[in-house]
Design a protein around this ligand. Structure first.
Ligand code: TRP
Length: 365
């Protein structure tokens, strides 16, 4: 094993990506990609994992693979620097999952807090729990180890998966000898990045709650979400009233997105967000002004993404080729790791004819 700095991260292709994804992971991925600090960056479109709770609707996953790639490309993921690949086309991942399943107990899987919460949310507790869903953390361990990933940038909810992966790596290496790389999780730096609320202030952005701003939304839709739905401060009735920042979604979004340059450009009365917040809390700054500023900031962020997306949308053949080339590269890499694993387990029967002499010796005895 070489000493390389390798990133692997991924998404389930179950829908278009939204501002929560952008703030929580996509923006960071582009920064990491352009930092020059990594030898390899891989993004896995986890369509097999998505099927573990969508087995009845593979068409949804199929459709969203292209949406997710378009979202990646339009935020600035550069296929020259980052390998984008599709999970189901990497058979090494399936084989690794099958071996790792033997290194994990069902009791351990039952303790995974994220999976537990998802089982409740999806009603699997009553309907019956698909074994594939129950064991997807093991398949995720295969994803991560198959790329020799050292760093896995993820949301906080994914920490139990990385923990589980580390346990599998340790168990594997102890049982079969040093073979797999021990990965580390990298989570978003601050609270706002970790958990951008929906426009209604409720929970995270989620399709079913209709509280998302999608990267592919047009300017009119974004404006409508902010003006029509965005939660501010219910106690701030008149402009002169003192306002509250905490739980005020407009300020949460500004915390996540706005820079001092945005003030210079759109709201020069203030030089930064702290000054604006101070005025709001003192009283005298209306929600309308705040929302108008936020819409400008959102547009500044989203317009280039939207523009880039519409260019890529006109060239789906190229997007397909990017995905195919990335997947082929990933096939090579993951097959190498699988070969290493089989060798460590000494089940590489047809790669190593020495087994013939071993068998002969054993039979003579
Ligand atoms: N479980 C991740 C999610 O729901 C997606 C994922 C699949 C992933 N495989 C991965 C993330 C490997 C990081 C590494 O967001």
């Amino acid at each position: 094993m070489e000493n390389k700095n390798i990133i692997l991260t991924g998404d389930r292709p179950t829908g278009r990506l939204h501002l929560g994804h952008y703030v929580g992971s996509l923006k960071r991925r582009v920064e990491l990609q352009n930092s020059g600090e990594f030898d390899e960056i891989n993004i896995l479109i986890a369509d097999d994992q998505a099927l573990t709770d969508n087995a009845d609707n593979p068409a949804k996953i199929r459709d969203n693979i292209i949406n997710v790639v378009l979202d990646y490309l339009s935020v600035g993921i550069d296929p020259e620097k980052t390998t984008i690949c599709v999970q189901s086309a990497l058979p090494a991942l399936h084989a690794l999952t099958f071996y790792y399943l033997n290194l994990v107990t069902t009791a351990r899987l039952s303790r995974n807090p994220t999976v537990k919460a998802e089982i409740q949310m999806r009603g699997f507790a009553d309907e019956g729990l698909p074994a594939g869903f129950f064991t997807y953390p093991v398949s995720q361990a295969a994803d991560i180890t198959a790329f020799d990933a050292t760093v896995v940038p993820v949301g906080e909810d994914q920490l139990p998966m990385i923990e589980q992966t580390r346990e599998i790596v340790e168990k594997f290496n102890k049982t079969y000898g040093e073979t797999l790389v021990l990965p580390k999780a990298m989570i978003p730096e601050n609270e706002t990045q970790r958990r951008l609320p929906g426009v209604d202030g409720k929970a995270k952005m989620s399709k079913s709650l209709g509280n998302c701003i999608y990267l592919s939304d047009d300017a009119k839709t974004v404006k409508k979400q902010v003006n029509g739905k965005m939660f501010t401060d219910p106690l701030h009735l008149r402009i002169e009233d003192p306002g509250h920042i905490e739980g005020n979604v407009v300020f949460t979004y500004l915390d996540a997105l706005c820079t001092d340059d945005h003030f210079a450009e759109f709201l020069p009365e203030y030089s930064n967000l702290d000054e604006m917040k101070a005025h709001y809390m003192r009283g005298g700054l209306g929600d309308g002004t705040c929302k108008k500023f936020l819409i400008n900031v959102l547009e500044e962020t989203l317009a280039p993404i939207r523009q880039s997306r519409s260019m890529w949308e006109k060239d789906i053949d190229s997007v397909y080729d990017i995905l195919k080339a990335g997947t082929e590269k990933a096939q090579e890499k993951t097959n190498e790791v699988l070969a290493r694993v089989r060798k460590a387990m000494r089940i590489d029967y047809f790669d190593d004819r020495n087994i013939i002499s071993d068998w002969k010796k054993m039979l003579i005895k």
